[in-house]
Design a protein around this ligand. Structure first.
Ligand SMILES: Cc1cc2nc3c(=O)[nH]c(=O)nc-3n(C[C@H](O)[C@H](O)[C@H](O)COP(=O)(O)OP(=O)(O)OC[C@H]3O[C@@H](n4cnc5c(N)ncnc54)[C@H](O)[C@@H]3O)c2cc1C
Length: 409
């Protein structure tokens, strides 16, 4: 790794760093440059007594969870189990356990990285603490991370989870219900809403394939009886198209929606934090849901808060902890041709719903949208602090294929 970084620097090559290869804007690859590919590094050591794990960056969440769940342990991972640990955690990382245990970056105890000047540096709360602050949300700006140490928690192995799908025509009333219901939820319950077109999946009745659906998807990470009671209201919001909510192994829930995001998908994300799920937002969401230009596009509304909001603001670079929801518009298709109209759909939806958003951005859900949107992920104070770190650890911006924090000079 040291040699690779030194070589890239001395040859003045463009550098892409790849772990799980889930970068939506394609930052983890490049032409005529050097791809530092860590995807073969899949070592993981779980310490079941200390409830910690040290992991190499090539692991995907399915692989990591397989090891930690052997001890009934887990940490917040991606909603899709093929996502890589490294990029996900460095950007923040929200998933099924986010309201109970915080973002993935909130559970990072330390990291090793190779910096632009070819040094192997350890960062933790005790050592290089400012760098450690920046790694928790600041993305791949400061070096190549070769090891990540996590705090784990007791989870499952069985949780209450899964989706309940309803007809798309019920979306507005279900979103209004969700607006009133979600704020009172216990931390154990993480949910999100998906506005989608029914895929031709065996668990959806055939007559619904290709039609708009609204799914409410849950994970209750706590006692099963309590979980069943907590999710009960989700079963009777209208006439369900399919109810798949119940006891499920945590690892199965992690992989439940993987099939919707196969390799080779052309994708674009446009996202923001919701300030208020007001009537304007609900009307806009339902209208764009009905008018989706691709049957593979989806709109996700993630309920946030819980443990995330209790982490002190200055503990990490991660930007916005107090919005009630994160909204993610995913334009997707199998075809590249004509894809611009799906991007337009997401961008127009964003423009119309903007008055209900905070203006902040989340780098894991950001496309290549330029410096202003990167700054919006942090706000001016945190951005200045990140820029000072960039000046110290990567003054020539060797690591610039990312949601880039450029050096100040
Ligand atoms: C299908 C899908 C589902 C997703 N679901 C979620 C979700 O539930 N929650 C969420 O928060 N995000 C989600 N994301 C976004 C995801 O977290 C980001 O795309 C993340 O960057 C992916 O990390 P990776 O290691 O898989 O990707 P890569 O493409 O390998 O890396 C992405 C970027 O991360 C940086 N990076 C990666 N590895 C390293 C390293 N070892 N050292 C330094 N920098 C590195 C680099 O800047 C790189 O360009 C999803 C993305 C996809 C495509």
């Amino acid at each position: 790794m040291l040699r690779a970084v030194e070589f890239a620097r001395s040859e003045q090559l463009q550098v892409a760093v790849r772990s799980g290869a889930h970068s939506i804007p394609g930052f983890s690859t490049c032409d005529d440059g050097l791809v530092i590919d860590l995807s073969a590094l899949k070592g993981v050591n779980v310490d079941p007594d200390a409830k910690t794990a040290r992991a190499q960056p090539g692991l995907k969440w399915a692989e990591f969870d397989h090891e930690t769940q052997a001890f009934g342990l887990a940490v917040t991972g991606g909603l899709v189990s093929s996502t890589g640990l490294a990029g996900f955690t460095l950007g923040g990382g929200l998933g099924w356990l986010v309201r109970k245990h915080g973002m993935a970056c909130d559970n990072l105890l330390s990291a090793d990285l190779v910096t632009a000047d070819g040094r192997l540096v350890h960062a933790s709360a005790e050592e290089n603490s400012e760098l450690f602050w920046g790694l928790r949300g600041g993305g791949g700006n400061f070096g190549v991370v070769t090891s990540l140490e996590y705090q784990l928690h007791d989870v499952g192995p069985t949780v209450i989870g899964g989706p309940v799908f309803y007809p798309g025509e019920n979306a507005a009333e279900i979103l209004r219900f969700y607006r009133d219901w979600a704020p009172q939820l216990p931390d154990e319950l993480t949910t999100f809403i998906s506005l989608l077109t029914a895929p031709p999946a065996p668990f959806i009745p055939e007559e619904w394939h290709g039609k708009p659906l609204i799914g409410v998807i849950s994970c209750y990470a706590g006692p099963l009886e309590q979980g069943l009671r907590a999710v009960e209201p989700l079963r009777s919001l209208a006439d369900p198209v399919a109810d798949l909510l119940g006891p499920i192994p945590y690892v199965a829930l992690q992989g439940l929606v993987d099939a919707l995001y196969p390799k080779g998908t052309r994708a674009y994300m446009k996202a923001g934090y919701v300030r208020e799920l007001d009537d304007h937002a609900i009307e806009t969401l339902t209208r764009y849901h009905q008018g989706a230009t691709s049957p593979r596009s989806e709109i996700h509304l993630h309920h946030f808060g819980g443990a995330v909001a209790r982490v002190p603001e200055d503990q990490s670079a991660y930007g916005e902890r107090h919005a009630p929801y994160i909204l993610n518009m995913l334009a997707m298709d199998s075809e590249t041709e004509g894809f611009q109209r799906h991007i337009d759909w997401a961008q127009q939806l964003y423009a119309e719903i903007e008055p209900s958003l905070t203006g902040g951005s989340y780098i894991n859900f950001l496309s290549a949208e330029g410096e202003q949107r990167v700054q919006a992920a942090y706000g001016p104070e945190k951005f200045a602090r990140l820029q000072a770190l960039k000046d110290e650890y990567d003054p020539t911006n060797l690591f610039q294929l990312n949601q880039n924090i450029p050096p100040s000079k």
